[in-house]
Design a protein around this ligand. Structure first.
Ligand code: COA
Length: 796
């Protein structure tokens, strides 16, 4: 049983009912709308057509009501408006008995003087609309829209069998009723919480999945996979979830209670608002996350697969690849849903900006074609466009929404940098950030893409037949290992390569194994042991060894393994170090001792795998990122390059100045918050320099006028105090401060405070504590601090 039983239609003249109950009696419902979700999604176009028609008819009804004469609109409103007569508790004008069969949405318009049928009211219709005097047309239509939604909700409530769903409809019905009465916008508050309910949302995780699992595909396939992902999201966004009671048997206790909450949220925030546009609608994939998807994935994906098969012929030919790739995508998503630590569900995981931007760009280029393709499944699932509420917020593209707020820099800036990088003929391939031979990596990947080389995980089996090809490859691999590892006894190599607990990642060229890594996974211990690793002599130092290892890392990560361990002999240590292995073992010994084969003359090495990294893409990603970064830096450099006069404050005696006071620093993007806050750190400067200067002027003025300021008003002259400058290297006074202020020297509070402090320290240094000067310095200093505090310029 689904929650999708919302559609009601008004096809008969109203008898001017003034309650939803009466409205219910006078309306007919759309025939198939209350069908189960299973039928609705997978079951057929006829039903979907009915649903679309019903949605359209709801809209048509609303349009018709909006275009009625004002008097009729007011009459309709009066039926849901409380009588304004003092003491009267009637909540809606009721049509007189003799006119009950007449429809205010058709030709009937009661006189405003007609009395309400309600015996405890009996007040005229005008008393029910007195408060609507002067109401604008748009507000009136808004209220009428809410009334129609309410009537439809009421009807749906009558028809729905599931008790949980019924309760939600009732709640929403009451909410709308209350909002119409009080003329307020409906806001859903309460224990359901506010959307989004989980982070990351399904949309974001699905985009991450495309990058994480399929970024190795060629650009066309990757683009198709993105279309597949969007088709999936569309399907989800128009999916009718089953009620919790229907799922009772197949969910465990925890999942069942989560599902119940999410189902209610879905009804309230996603499903019902699709029909009742006076409620704010949210998209399922943008507000729900892993918890909901896990509970509905199995059934939903089965339906989607079925739909793909049944709709295949209706797809344009060039878009059939979407259908073909759907099972692969669903498998990938399922695997990541089952894992506890899949990076795609990590709120902090995000595909690199370059990937996101490229996807967005490709998508924009492909918009016309895309529309014809990916929407077909959705259209047959539950496409929203035709029957969508007319004033529904324009839907932004999924990708755009996923990537909103993800870019640190404006997209155009990054796009410009990416364009410059791709156009640059002189790109410096000698990487500074990542000193790996980039062209080697690119060549190997190009060969792989052309299928000139292939990577296969092969192994012997005692329980299943092993095909001839696998056997031949295993034999070939055994030879490669034997040649490249002459110290190893041949029998030992054969024993392990053919051991059923071991597998070998084989590098195949022209159907011959030219390299491989023999390994043994220990899934219970969370690590894989690398036993042998070799590349045929003539193929070495071409990047194959690195790419093999990257494939093994990705293979392990996909199986939930996070550690690689190996005993490397001294010749191999260098190679393993370059592959990210270290002698520093981060795994506790009990995890691997007794499992891994230990060798006396070899060194144990460990490589920790990060589940968010696609190792086979890593070099390319880092290279791209570093090139784009370099380009961004160059662009910024050109924009802000400006030679400024050097700082003079150090010559003038300041031991240090705050970073933010260095001219030009802010212009190149430095922000104060980039520094971690310290307890002793002064308050932030007001962002407006003029404000700051005027605050300093006011403080300086007050200080000058203070009765203890007289010793500090102007510089001490050598004529007055001959030995003064022998003792005081950095003099300061209030007159000099005034001049500095005028010249704009005090860019920050610290500079201002430093000069003022110098006046007092100089004074106390030169004069003894029992002098008037000394006392003046103390007193004026306290006054200065008070003034600064008054203006919020002093540290707490
Ligand atoms: N010591 C130090 N560095 C080594 C190395 C070694 N024994 N063997 C390879 N490297 C370096 C390469 O020079 C290269 O470095 P670079 O990127 O800075 O130029 C890097 O490791 C990987 O090169 P790559 O081309 O990807 O690897 P490969 O295809 O040459 O394969 C081996 C590397 C180790 C598999 C291959 O050299 C081999 O089969 N060696 C003999 C068997 C062996 O020692 N196996 C390891 C222990 S089981």
């Amino acid at each position: 049983m689904s929650g999708g039983s919302l559609i009601t239609l008004k096809t008969q003249p109203s008898d001017a009912a003034n309650s939803a109950n009466a409205a219910a009696q006078q309306q007919q419902t759309a025939n198939g709308a209350a069908a189960s979700s299973a039928q609705n999604v997978g079951g057929g176009n006829a039903q979907e057509g009915t649903r679309q028609n019903s949605l359209q008819r709801i809209q048509q009804r609303k349009q018709k009501v909006f275009s009625l004469p004002v008097s009729q609109k007011l009459a309709k409103l009066s039926m849901y408006s409380a009588c304004q007569t003092e003491g009267c508790r009637c909540t809606g004008w009721k049509t007189p008995q003799e006119n009950r069969h007449r429809d205010v949405e058709s030709s009937y318009c009661p006189e405003f003087s007609e009395e309400c049928r309600n015996v405890s009211c009996r007040h005229p219709l005008s008393a029910h609309i007195a408060h609507l005097d002067g109401i604008s047309n748009s507000s009136m239509d808004e209220l009428l829209g809410a009334i129609i939604d309410m009537e439809n909700l009421f009807m749906s409530m009558q028809r729905v069998e599931d008790e949980d769903t019924k309760k939600v409809y009732l709640y929403l019905f009451r909410l709308l009723r209350q909002c119409v009465l009080t003329r307020q916008h409906p806001t859903i508050r309460g224990p359901l919480g506010d959307p989004p309910f989980e982070s990351p949302c399904i949309t974001k995780a699905v985009l991450s999945l495309v990058f994480y699992k399929f970024n190795h595909l060629n650009p066309t396939e990757l683009q198709t996979m993105t279309e597949v992902a969007k088709t999936f999201l569309n399907f989800l966004n128009h999916y009718n979830f089953e009620s919790p009671s229907a799922r009772r048997g197949d969910l465990n206790h925890e999942d069942a209670s989560n599902y119940k909450i999410n189902y209610t949220r879905w009804l309230v925030f996603c499903h019902v608002p699709a029909f009742c546009n006076s409620l704010r609608q949210f998209e399922t994939s943008l507000v729900f996350g892993k918890t909901l998807l896990r509970t509905v994935f199995q059934y939903m994906s089965q339906q989607l697969k079925k739909k793909c098969i049944s709709e295949r012929d209706r797809f344009p030919e060039d878009k059939r690849s979407i259908i073909t790739l759907m099972p692969k995508f669903l498998e990938g998503l399922k695997a990541e849903l089952l894992k506890d630590n899949s990076p795609i569900w990590d709120p902090n995981y995000r595909p690199p900006n370059a990937f996101v931007i490229q996807q967005r760009k490709r998508h924009q280029e492909a918009i016309p074609a895309t529309n014809s393709g990916s929407s077909v499944v959705a259209a047959n699932g539950k496409r929203s466009s035709a029957g969508e509420p007319v004033n529904k917020r324009a839907k932004k593209d999924v990708l755009e929404r996923i990537t909103e707020n993800q870019d640190d820099l404006p997209t155009e800036v990054v796009m410009r940098a990416m364009k410059a990088v791709s156009e640059s003929k002189t790109t410096n391939k000698a990487e500074i950030l990542f000193p790996v031979n980039v062209s080697r990596d690119e060549n190997v990947k190009a060969e792989e893409q052309k299928r000139a080389i292939e990577f296969h995980v092969v192994g012997n089996s005692l329980t299943k037949p092993v095909d001839k090809q696998t056997m031949l490859w295993l034999l070939g691999l055994q030879l490669v290992f034997a040649y490249q590892l002459p110290e190893m006894p041949r029998e030992y190599i054969s024993q392990l390569v053919f051991d059923t607990k071991h597998k070998t990642l084989a590098l195949i060229k022209e159907n011959q194994p030219i390299g491989g890594i023999c390994f043994r996974p220990f899934p219970t211990q969370g690590f894989t042991e690398i036993v042998f690793c070799a590349v045929t002599m003539s193929e070495q130092v071409k990047g194959y060894g690195t790419h093999l290892m990257n494939h093994l890392k990705d293979y392990s990560i996909q199986r939930g393994i996070k550690h690689l361990l190996t005993f490397a002999d001294c010749d191999a240590i260098g190679y393993f170090k370059k592959q990210g292995f270290s002698k520093d073992i981060k795994l506790a010994r009990p995890v691997y001792a007794g499992y891994i084969k230990e060798y006396d003359s070899a060194t144990l090495m460990h490589c920790e795998l990060h589940p968010s990294i696609v190792n086979t893409q890593f070099i390319a990603v880092i290279r791209n990122q570093s090139e784009i970064l370099k380009e961004l830096i160059a662009q910024r450099h050109n924009e802000v390059q400006k030679v400024r006069p050097g700082l003079t404050c150090f010559k003038e005696g300041l031991p240090s100045i705050p970073v933010e006071s260095i001219p030009g620093l802010r212009e190149i993007g430095w922000k104060p918050q980039m520094r971690p806050a310290r307890a002793s750190r002064p308050l932030e400067e007001p962002s407006d320099p003029e404000k700051l200067a005027s605050a300093f002027a006011s403080v300086l003025q007050s200080v000058r006028q203070h009765n203890t300021a007289w010793p500090f008003l102007r510089p001490v002259t050598a004529a007055e105090v001959p030995d003064y400058y022998d003792h005081i290297k950095y003099p300061m006074d209030l007159k000099t401060m005034g001049e500095r202020l005028k010249k704009g020297y005090y860019q920050t509070r610290r500079l201002f405070m430093a000069d003022m402090a110098r006046i007092f320290t100089n004074c106390r240094f030169y004069n003894s504590p029992d002098t008037e000067y000394f006392r003046c310095a103390n007193s004026l200093e306290r006054y200065f601090q008070t003034k600064m505090r008054e203006l919020g310029l002093w540290d707490k």
